[in-house]
Write a protein that binds this ligand. Structure first.
Ligand code: BGC
Length: 463
Protein backbone atom coordinates (compact mmCIF):
# COMPACT_ATOMS: atom_id res chain seq x y z
CA UNK A 1 0.00 0.00 0.00
CA UNK A 2 1.29 3.48 -0.87
CA UNK A 3 0.56 6.42 1.39
CA UNK A 4 0.26 10.02 0.24
CA UNK A 5 3.48 12.02 0.52
CA UNK A 6 5.65 8.91 0.89
CA UNK A 7 8.43 8.97 -1.68
CA UNK A 8 8.35 5.99 -3.94
CA UNK A 9 10.53 5.49 -7.00
CA UNK A 10 9.01 3.44 -9.76
CA UNK A 11 10.93 0.31 -10.70
CA UNK A 12 12.10 0.04 -14.29
CA UNK A 13 9.48 -2.65 -14.96
CA UNK A 14 6.74 -0.38 -13.66
CA UNK A 15 7.93 2.44 -15.91
CA UNK A 16 8.02 0.07 -18.88
CA UNK A 17 4.49 -1.09 -18.12
CA UNK A 18 3.20 2.47 -17.92
CA UNK A 19 4.87 3.41 -21.20
CA UNK A 20 3.54 0.29 -22.91
CA UNK A 21 -0.02 0.92 -21.72
CA UNK A 22 0.08 4.54 -22.92
CA UNK A 23 1.47 3.42 -26.29
CA UNK A 24 -1.32 0.92 -26.64
CA UNK A 25 -4.00 3.50 -25.75
CA UNK A 26 -2.72 6.33 -27.90
CA UNK A 27 -1.56 4.55 -31.06
CA UNK A 28 -3.68 4.53 -34.21
CA UNK A 29 -2.81 1.40 -36.16
CA UNK A 30 -2.58 1.34 -39.95
CA UNK A 31 -5.71 -0.81 -40.08
CA UNK A 32 -7.60 1.70 -37.99
CA UNK A 33 -6.47 4.50 -40.32
CA UNK A 34 -7.86 2.50 -43.27
CA UNK A 35 -11.21 2.20 -41.50
CA UNK A 36 -11.16 5.94 -40.76
CA UNK A 37 -10.46 6.80 -44.43
CA UNK A 38 -13.32 4.59 -45.58
CA UNK A 39 -15.71 6.27 -43.14
CA UNK A 40 -14.37 9.69 -44.11
CA UNK A 41 -15.18 9.01 -47.76
CA UNK A 42 -18.71 7.94 -46.85
CA UNK A 43 -19.21 11.09 -44.78
CA UNK A 44 -17.88 13.28 -47.61
CA UNK A 45 -20.37 11.70 -50.00
CA UNK A 46 -23.22 12.35 -47.54
CA UNK A 47 -22.19 15.99 -47.13
CA UNK A 48 -22.10 16.50 -50.90
CA UNK A 49 -25.45 14.76 -51.29
CA UNK A 50 -27.62 16.61 -48.76
CA UNK A 51 -27.71 19.44 -46.23
CA UNK A 52 -27.45 18.62 -42.55
CA UNK A 53 -24.72 15.96 -42.79
CA UNK A 54 -22.11 15.69 -40.03
CA UNK A 55 -19.28 16.73 -42.36
CA UNK A 56 -21.19 19.55 -44.06
CA UNK A 57 -19.03 19.94 -47.22
CA UNK A 58 -19.95 23.60 -47.71
CA UNK A 59 -19.74 25.09 -51.23
CA UNK A 60 -17.56 28.21 -50.94
CA UNK A 61 -18.70 29.98 -54.13
CA UNK A 62 -15.02 30.17 -55.09
CA UNK A 63 -14.67 28.79 -58.61
CA UNK A 64 -11.58 28.71 -60.76
CA UNK A 65 -7.98 29.23 -59.78
CA UNK A 66 -6.06 32.47 -59.39
CA UNK A 67 -3.61 33.12 -62.21
CA UNK A 68 -1.01 35.32 -60.50
CA UNK A 69 -1.90 38.11 -62.92
CA UNK A 70 -4.37 39.74 -60.50
CA UNK A 71 -3.66 43.38 -59.65
CA UNK A 72 -5.06 46.04 -57.28
CA UNK A 73 -5.25 46.98 -53.60
CA UNK A 74 -7.41 44.82 -51.35
CA UNK A 75 -7.89 44.52 -47.62
CA UNK A 76 -8.21 41.30 -45.65
CA UNK A 77 -9.40 40.51 -42.16
CA UNK A 78 -8.54 37.25 -40.49
CA UNK A 79 -10.56 36.11 -37.48
CA UNK A 80 -10.59 32.67 -35.98
CA UNK A 81 -7.15 31.77 -34.69
CA UNK A 82 -5.25 33.30 -31.82
CA UNK A 83 -5.35 36.91 -33.10
CA UNK A 84 -7.32 39.20 -35.36
CA UNK A 85 -5.19 40.21 -38.33
CA UNK A 86 -5.92 43.22 -40.52
CA UNK A 87 -3.96 43.45 -43.78
CA UNK A 88 -3.78 45.46 -46.95
CA UNK A 89 -2.35 43.73 -50.01
CA UNK A 90 -1.07 45.39 -53.10
CA UNK A 91 -1.25 42.80 -55.87
CA UNK A 92 1.23 43.76 -58.55
CA UNK A 93 0.65 40.97 -61.07
CA UNK A 94 3.20 38.28 -62.13
CA UNK A 95 2.74 36.62 -58.75
CA UNK A 96 4.15 39.67 -56.94
CA UNK A 97 2.57 41.55 -54.03
CA UNK A 98 3.39 43.65 -51.01
CA UNK A 99 1.53 43.78 -47.69
CA UNK A 100 1.02 45.89 -44.56
CA UNK A 101 -0.45 44.08 -41.63
CA UNK A 102 -1.28 44.46 -37.98
CA UNK A 103 -2.30 41.93 -35.33
CA UNK A 104 -4.81 42.66 -32.58
CA UNK A 105 -5.48 40.48 -29.53
CA UNK A 106 -9.08 39.29 -29.15
CA UNK A 107 -9.78 39.03 -25.42
CA UNK A 108 -11.56 36.04 -23.91
CA UNK A 109 -14.37 38.38 -22.91
CA UNK A 110 -14.93 39.37 -26.55
CA UNK A 111 -14.79 35.74 -27.66
CA UNK A 112 -17.63 34.87 -25.30
CA UNK A 113 -19.60 38.13 -25.19
CA UNK A 114 -22.15 39.59 -27.60
CA UNK A 115 -21.54 39.31 -31.34
CA UNK A 116 -22.32 43.01 -31.73
CA UNK A 117 -19.43 43.86 -29.41
CA UNK A 118 -17.07 41.59 -31.31
CA UNK A 119 -18.10 43.27 -34.59
CA UNK A 120 -17.61 46.75 -33.08
CA UNK A 121 -14.16 45.70 -31.88
CA UNK A 122 -13.26 44.46 -35.39
CA UNK A 123 -14.53 47.72 -36.90
CA UNK A 124 -12.36 49.69 -34.43
CA UNK A 125 -9.32 47.64 -35.45
CA UNK A 126 -10.03 48.26 -39.16
CA UNK A 127 -10.47 51.96 -38.42
CA UNK A 128 -7.19 52.08 -36.52
CA UNK A 129 -5.43 50.16 -39.30
CA UNK A 130 -6.70 52.48 -42.03
CA UNK A 131 -5.57 55.56 -40.11
CA UNK A 132 -2.11 54.07 -39.59
CA UNK A 133 -1.41 52.20 -42.81
CA UNK A 134 -4.40 52.81 -45.04
CA UNK A 135 -4.63 53.60 -48.70
CA UNK A 136 -4.91 57.14 -49.94
CA UNK A 137 -7.92 56.51 -52.24
CA UNK A 138 -10.57 56.84 -49.54
CA UNK A 139 -13.21 58.32 -51.84
CA UNK A 140 -14.05 54.87 -53.21
CA UNK A 141 -14.96 51.99 -50.89
CA UNK A 142 -12.11 49.72 -49.88
CA UNK A 143 -12.83 46.13 -50.88
CA UNK A 144 -12.25 43.59 -48.16
CA UNK A 145 -11.98 39.78 -48.00
CA UNK A 146 -13.12 38.50 -44.61
CA UNK A 147 -11.47 35.30 -43.46
CA UNK A 148 -13.88 34.00 -40.87
CA UNK A 149 -12.69 30.59 -39.74
CA UNK A 150 -15.85 29.01 -38.41
CA UNK A 151 -18.53 26.85 -40.03
CA UNK A 152 -20.53 29.27 -42.19
CA UNK A 153 -23.26 28.06 -44.52
CA UNK A 154 -22.67 30.28 -47.54
CA UNK A 155 -25.42 31.43 -49.86
CA UNK A 156 -23.18 33.70 -51.97
CA UNK A 157 -19.53 34.74 -52.05
CA UNK A 158 -20.38 37.56 -49.61
CA UNK A 159 -23.23 35.97 -47.67
CA UNK A 160 -23.32 33.22 -45.07
CA UNK A 161 -24.88 32.23 -41.77
CA UNK A 162 -22.91 30.91 -38.82
CA UNK A 163 -23.78 27.27 -38.05
CA UNK A 164 -22.03 27.04 -34.69
CA UNK A 165 -18.94 28.36 -32.95
CA UNK A 166 -15.74 26.36 -32.48
CA UNK A 167 -12.29 26.83 -30.87
CA UNK A 168 -13.47 28.46 -27.65
CA UNK A 169 -15.51 31.27 -29.27
CA UNK A 170 -19.08 31.48 -28.03
CA UNK A 171 -20.57 34.91 -28.81
CA UNK A 172 -24.29 35.28 -28.32
CA UNK A 173 -26.56 36.55 -31.09
CA UNK A 174 -24.60 35.11 -34.01
CA UNK A 175 -25.83 31.58 -34.72
CA UNK A 176 -28.02 31.36 -37.82
CA UNK A 177 -27.27 35.03 -38.56
CA UNK A 178 -25.44 36.41 -41.57
CA UNK A 179 -22.00 37.33 -40.27
CA UNK A 180 -21.23 39.58 -43.25
CA UNK A 181 -24.34 41.66 -42.61
CA UNK A 182 -23.46 41.97 -38.92
CA UNK A 183 -19.90 43.13 -39.61
CA UNK A 184 -20.93 45.41 -42.47
CA UNK A 185 -23.43 47.06 -40.05
CA UNK A 186 -20.60 47.67 -37.58
CA UNK A 187 -18.58 49.34 -40.37
CA UNK A 188 -21.60 51.53 -41.14
CA UNK A 189 -21.98 52.49 -37.48
CA UNK A 190 -18.37 53.75 -37.59
CA UNK A 191 -18.74 55.40 -41.01
CA UNK A 192 -16.07 53.18 -42.48
CA UNK A 193 -16.08 53.15 -46.26
CA UNK A 194 -15.24 49.45 -46.47
CA UNK A 195 -17.19 46.84 -48.41
CA UNK A 196 -17.02 43.16 -47.49
CA UNK A 197 -16.69 41.66 -50.97
CA UNK A 198 -16.19 38.07 -49.85
CA UNK A 199 -16.36 35.82 -46.79
CA UNK A 200 -13.72 33.13 -46.93
CA UNK A 201 -12.84 30.19 -44.70
CA UNK A 202 -9.14 30.12 -43.71
CA UNK A 203 -8.63 26.80 -45.54
CA UNK A 204 -10.00 28.38 -48.73
CA UNK A 205 -7.76 31.43 -48.28
CA UNK A 206 -4.77 29.14 -47.76
CA UNK A 207 -5.58 27.14 -50.89
CA UNK A 208 -6.03 30.31 -52.97
CA UNK A 209 -2.82 31.89 -51.72
CA UNK A 210 -0.79 28.79 -52.47
CA UNK A 211 -2.39 28.17 -55.85
CA UNK A 212 -1.50 31.75 -56.82
CA UNK A 213 2.16 30.72 -56.97
CA UNK A 214 1.84 26.92 -57.29
CA UNK A 215 -1.03 25.93 -59.61
CA UNK A 216 -0.55 22.21 -58.86
CA UNK A 217 -1.96 22.72 -55.31
CA UNK A 218 -5.05 20.58 -54.72
CA UNK A 219 -5.94 20.86 -51.02
CA UNK A 220 -5.78 23.61 -48.38
CA UNK A 221 -5.43 22.36 -44.80
CA UNK A 222 -5.28 24.13 -41.45
CA UNK A 223 -3.57 22.33 -38.57
CA UNK A 224 -3.52 25.13 -36.01
CA UNK A 225 -5.77 26.22 -33.14
CA UNK A 226 -8.50 24.33 -35.04
CA UNK A 227 -8.38 22.02 -38.03
CA UNK A 228 -10.15 21.82 -41.39
CA UNK A 229 -9.57 21.28 -45.11
CA UNK A 230 -10.90 22.36 -48.49
CA UNK A 231 -10.39 21.14 -52.06
CA UNK A 232 -11.76 21.58 -55.60
CA UNK A 233 -14.89 19.50 -56.23
CA UNK A 234 -16.33 18.91 -59.70
CA UNK A 235 -19.65 20.67 -60.34
CA UNK A 236 -21.29 17.28 -60.94
CA UNK A 237 -20.03 16.09 -57.53
CA UNK A 238 -22.07 18.71 -55.64
CA UNK A 239 -25.24 16.62 -55.79
CA UNK A 240 -27.15 18.64 -53.18
CA UNK A 241 -27.31 21.55 -55.63
CA UNK A 242 -29.97 20.49 -58.07
CA UNK A 243 -29.90 23.62 -60.27
CA UNK A 244 -27.76 23.92 -63.39
CA UNK A 245 -24.17 24.79 -62.51
CA UNK A 246 -22.34 27.49 -64.45
CA UNK A 247 -18.88 26.39 -63.37
CA UNK A 248 -16.55 23.41 -63.76
CA UNK A 249 -15.43 23.10 -60.19
CA UNK A 250 -15.84 24.85 -56.87
CA UNK A 251 -13.84 24.86 -53.65
CA UNK A 252 -15.60 22.92 -50.89
CA UNK A 253 -15.02 23.92 -47.29
CA UNK A 254 -15.32 20.50 -45.68
CA UNK A 255 -15.48 21.49 -41.99
CA UNK A 256 -13.79 18.17 -41.29
CA UNK A 257 -13.39 18.98 -37.58
CA UNK A 258 -16.89 17.55 -37.12
CA UNK A 259 -15.94 14.20 -38.64
CA UNK A 260 -17.14 11.26 -36.54
CA UNK A 261 -19.14 13.27 -34.02
CA UNK A 262 -21.09 9.98 -33.89
CA UNK A 263 -17.93 8.31 -32.50
CA UNK A 264 -17.93 5.38 -34.86
CA UNK A 265 -14.29 5.03 -35.82
CA UNK A 266 -12.04 7.50 -34.01
CA UNK A 267 -9.85 5.98 -31.28
CA UNK A 268 -11.22 7.87 -28.28
CA UNK A 269 -9.57 7.37 -24.89
CA UNK A 270 -10.68 8.39 -21.41
CA UNK A 271 -8.44 11.47 -21.83
CA UNK A 272 -10.35 12.53 -24.96
CA UNK A 273 -13.71 11.91 -23.33
CA UNK A 274 -12.83 14.01 -20.31
CA UNK A 275 -11.71 16.86 -22.57
CA UNK A 276 -14.88 16.67 -24.63
CA UNK A 277 -17.19 16.55 -21.64
CA UNK A 278 -15.57 19.61 -20.03
CA UNK A 279 -15.41 21.62 -23.28
CA UNK A 280 -17.94 24.32 -24.20
CA UNK A 281 -19.08 22.23 -27.18
CA UNK A 282 -19.42 18.62 -25.96
CA UNK A 283 -19.96 15.96 -28.66
CA UNK A 284 -19.01 18.45 -31.37
CA UNK A 285 -15.77 18.79 -33.38
CA UNK A 286 -14.56 15.37 -32.21
CA UNK A 287 -11.92 15.03 -34.97
CA UNK A 288 -10.69 18.57 -34.28
CA UNK A 289 -10.38 17.74 -30.59
CA UNK A 290 -7.91 14.94 -31.36
CA UNK A 291 -5.79 17.00 -33.75
CA UNK A 292 -5.65 20.70 -33.15
CA UNK A 293 -3.56 23.03 -31.04
CA UNK A 294 -6.38 24.19 -28.84
CA UNK A 295 -6.76 20.67 -27.46
CA UNK A 296 -3.55 18.60 -27.63
CA UNK A 297 -2.05 20.03 -24.44
CA UNK A 298 -5.27 19.32 -22.58
CA UNK A 299 -5.21 15.67 -23.66
CA UNK A 300 -1.64 15.42 -22.33
CA UNK A 301 -2.72 17.09 -19.08
CA UNK A 302 -5.58 14.61 -18.65
CA UNK A 303 -3.23 11.66 -19.22
CA UNK A 304 -0.73 13.05 -16.72
CA UNK A 305 -3.36 13.60 -14.02
CA UNK A 306 -4.70 10.10 -14.53
CA UNK A 307 -1.24 8.74 -13.73
CA UNK A 308 -0.79 11.14 -10.79
CA UNK A 309 -4.00 9.81 -9.28
CA UNK A 310 -2.57 6.30 -9.40
CA UNK A 311 0.75 7.36 -7.82
CA UNK A 312 2.48 6.60 -11.07
CA UNK A 313 3.70 10.14 -11.73
CA UNK A 314 5.25 12.93 -9.62
CA UNK A 315 4.90 10.74 -6.55
CA UNK A 316 1.16 11.28 -6.64
CA UNK A 317 1.44 15.09 -6.37
CA UNK A 318 0.02 17.55 -8.86
CA UNK A 319 0.13 21.37 -8.65
CA UNK A 320 -2.47 24.13 -8.77
CA UNK A 321 -1.28 25.06 -12.28
CA UNK A 322 -1.45 21.52 -13.61
CA UNK A 323 -4.88 21.06 -12.06
CA UNK A 324 -6.31 23.98 -14.06
CA UNK A 325 -8.28 23.23 -17.22
CA UNK A 326 -6.06 24.20 -20.22
CA UNK A 327 -3.17 24.49 -17.73
CA UNK A 328 -0.80 22.54 -19.99
CA UNK A 329 -0.31 24.50 -23.22
CA UNK A 330 0.22 22.72 -26.52
CA UNK A 331 3.32 24.91 -26.97
CA UNK A 332 4.96 23.04 -24.05
CA UNK A 333 4.72 19.88 -26.13
CA UNK A 334 7.00 21.45 -28.74
CA UNK A 335 9.72 21.99 -26.14
CA UNK A 336 9.27 18.60 -24.50
CA UNK A 337 9.24 16.62 -27.77
CA UNK A 338 12.40 18.44 -28.87
CA UNK A 339 14.12 17.80 -25.52
CA UNK A 340 16.89 15.27 -26.15
CA UNK A 341 19.12 16.14 -23.20
CA UNK A 342 20.10 13.12 -21.05
CA UNK A 343 18.39 14.56 -17.96
CA UNK A 344 15.43 15.98 -19.94
CA UNK A 345 16.31 19.42 -18.62
CA UNK A 346 13.80 21.48 -20.64
CA UNK A 347 11.05 19.10 -19.59
CA UNK A 348 12.13 19.56 -15.98
CA UNK A 349 11.98 23.34 -16.45
CA UNK A 350 8.42 23.23 -17.78
CA UNK A 351 7.20 20.83 -15.10
CA UNK A 352 8.93 22.35 -12.11
CA UNK A 353 9.47 26.05 -12.92
CA UNK A 354 6.47 26.75 -15.14
CA UNK A 355 3.89 24.33 -13.74
CA UNK A 356 5.26 24.43 -10.19
CA UNK A 357 5.34 20.69 -9.66
CA UNK A 358 7.50 20.34 -6.59
CA UNK A 359 9.90 17.72 -7.79
CA UNK A 360 10.20 15.30 -10.70
CA UNK A 361 12.37 12.24 -11.29
CA UNK A 362 13.95 11.32 -14.62
CA UNK A 363 11.33 8.56 -14.92
CA UNK A 364 8.55 11.13 -14.47
CA UNK A 365 10.01 13.26 -17.22
CA UNK A 366 10.41 10.26 -19.51
CA UNK A 367 6.76 9.38 -19.02
CA UNK A 368 5.64 12.97 -19.73
CA UNK A 369 7.77 13.09 -22.88
CA UNK A 370 6.32 9.78 -23.99
CA UNK A 371 2.78 11.11 -23.56
CA UNK A 372 3.61 14.24 -25.60
CA UNK A 373 5.20 12.14 -28.36
CA UNK A 374 2.21 9.81 -28.53
CA UNK A 375 -0.47 12.52 -28.53
CA UNK A 376 1.37 14.47 -31.27
CA UNK A 377 1.99 11.34 -33.34
CA UNK A 378 -1.66 10.32 -33.10
CA UNK A 379 -2.69 13.81 -34.27
CA UNK A 380 -0.32 13.58 -37.23
CA UNK A 381 -1.62 10.16 -38.25
CA UNK A 382 -5.24 11.29 -38.01
CA UNK A 383 -4.43 14.39 -40.09
CA UNK A 384 -2.81 12.13 -42.68
CA UNK A 385 -5.97 10.01 -42.69
CA UNK A 386 -8.09 13.08 -43.49
CA UNK A 387 -5.76 14.20 -46.27
CA UNK A 388 -5.59 10.67 -47.71
CA UNK A 389 -9.40 10.51 -47.73
CA UNK A 390 -9.64 13.75 -49.73
CA UNK A 391 -6.92 12.68 -52.16
CA UNK A 392 -8.65 9.32 -52.65
CA UNK A 393 -11.98 11.06 -53.25
CA UNK A 394 -10.56 13.34 -55.97
CA UNK A 395 -8.28 10.69 -57.49
CA UNK A 396 -5.23 12.86 -56.77
CA UNK A 397 -3.71 10.09 -54.66
CA UNK A 398 -2.35 8.62 -57.91
CA UNK A 399 -1.11 11.93 -59.37
CA UNK A 400 1.52 14.45 -58.36
CA UNK A 401 -0.10 17.03 -56.14
CA UNK A 402 0.69 19.60 -53.47
CA UNK A 403 -1.15 19.94 -50.16
CA UNK A 404 -0.88 23.49 -48.77
CA UNK A 405 -0.86 23.45 -44.97
CA UNK A 406 -0.82 26.26 -42.43
CA UNK A 407 -1.03 26.26 -38.64
CA UNK A 408 1.07 26.02 -35.51
CA UNK A 409 0.60 22.28 -34.99
CA UNK A 410 2.05 21.51 -38.41
CA UNK A 411 4.70 24.20 -38.24
CA UNK A 412 6.00 23.77 -34.72
CA UNK A 413 5.38 20.26 -33.34
CA UNK A 414 8.67 18.46 -34.02
CA UNK A 415 8.30 15.49 -36.37
CA UNK A 416 4.67 16.23 -37.21
CA UNK A 417 5.12 16.26 -40.97
CA UNK A 418 7.36 13.22 -40.84
CA UNK A 419 4.74 11.28 -38.88
CA UNK A 420 2.17 12.21 -41.51
CA UNK A 421 4.45 10.95 -44.27
CA UNK A 422 5.14 7.70 -42.40
CA UNK A 423 1.38 7.09 -42.15
CA UNK A 424 0.88 7.75 -45.87
CA UNK A 425 3.72 5.36 -46.73
CA UNK A 426 2.20 2.62 -44.55
CA UNK A 427 -1.04 3.07 -46.46
CA UNK A 428 0.13 3.59 -50.03
CA UNK A 429 3.77 2.44 -50.18
CA UNK A 430 7.00 4.44 -50.26
CA UNK A 431 6.40 5.87 -53.75
CA UNK A 432 3.62 8.11 -52.38
CA UNK A 433 6.34 10.48 -51.21
CA UNK A 434 7.30 11.18 -54.83
CA UNK A 435 3.73 12.18 -55.71
CA UNK A 436 2.22 13.94 -52.71
CA UNK A 437 4.08 16.94 -51.31
CA UNK A 438 3.22 18.92 -48.20
CA UNK A 439 4.01 22.64 -48.32
CA UNK A 440 3.91 25.16 -45.49
CA UNK A 441 1.62 27.99 -46.62
CA UNK A 442 2.41 30.39 -43.82
CA UNK A 443 -0.19 33.07 -43.08
CA UNK A 444 -1.69 32.52 -46.52
CA UNK A 445 -5.33 32.84 -45.56
CA UNK A 446 -5.40 36.66 -45.48
CA UNK A 447 -3.72 36.90 -48.86
CA UNK A 448 -6.09 34.28 -50.26
CA UNK A 449 -9.08 36.24 -48.94
CA UNK A 450 -7.78 39.38 -50.67
CA UNK A 451 -7.55 37.48 -53.96
CA UNK A 452 -11.09 36.15 -53.56
CA UNK A 453 -12.32 39.68 -52.72
CA UNK A 454 -10.68 40.95 -55.88
CA UNK A 455 -12.24 38.30 -58.11
CA UNK A 456 -15.66 38.85 -56.45
CA UNK A 457 -15.45 42.63 -56.74
CA UNK A 458 -14.44 42.49 -60.42
CA UNK A 459 -17.25 40.04 -61.15
CA UNK A 460 -19.78 42.25 -59.32
CA UNK A 461 -18.71 45.45 -61.11
CA UNK A 462 -18.53 43.87 -64.58
CA UNK A 463 -22.01 42.30 -64.42
C1 BGC B 1 -13.48 25.83 -37.92
C2 BGC B 1 -13.10 25.91 -39.37
C3 BGC B 1 -11.68 26.41 -39.52
C4 BGC B 1 -10.73 25.56 -38.66
C5 BGC B 1 -9.29 26.05 -38.74
C6 BGC B 1 -12.44 25.04 -37.13
O1 BGC B 1 -12.73 25.08 -35.77
O2 BGC B 1 -14.74 25.23 -37.76
O3 BGC B 1 -13.97 26.76 -40.09
O4 BGC B 1 -11.30 26.31 -40.87
O5 BGC B 1 -11.15 25.61 -37.32
O6 BGC B 1 -9.16 27.36 -38.31
Amino acid sequence: MVFPYSTRRLSSTEVEDILAKLTQELTVTTDRIRTIIKQFNEEMDKGLDHEGATVPMIPSFVTGRPTGKETGRYMALDLGGTNLRVCEFHLEGQGKFSVHQQKYVVSDQLKKGEMRHLCDFIADCVDNFISEHGSDHLDEALQLGFTFSFPVLQTAINRGTLMHWTKGFNCSGAINKDVVVMLQDAFLRKNLNVNIAAIVNDTVGTLMAHTYLHPETTIGVILGTGTNACYYEKATGIKKWKTEKQFDDMVINMEWGAFDNERRVLPLTIYDNKLDRESINPRQQIFEKQISGMYLGEIVRNAMLHLVDQWMLFNGQSSADLNKQWGFETAYMTTIIADNTPALASTEHILQDVLQIETTTLEDRQIVKHICDLVARRAARLSAAGIAAVLSHTGDIDRPSVVAIDGSVYEFLPGFENNMIIALKELFGDSIQNRIKFALAKDGSGFGAAIVAMVAHKAATSS
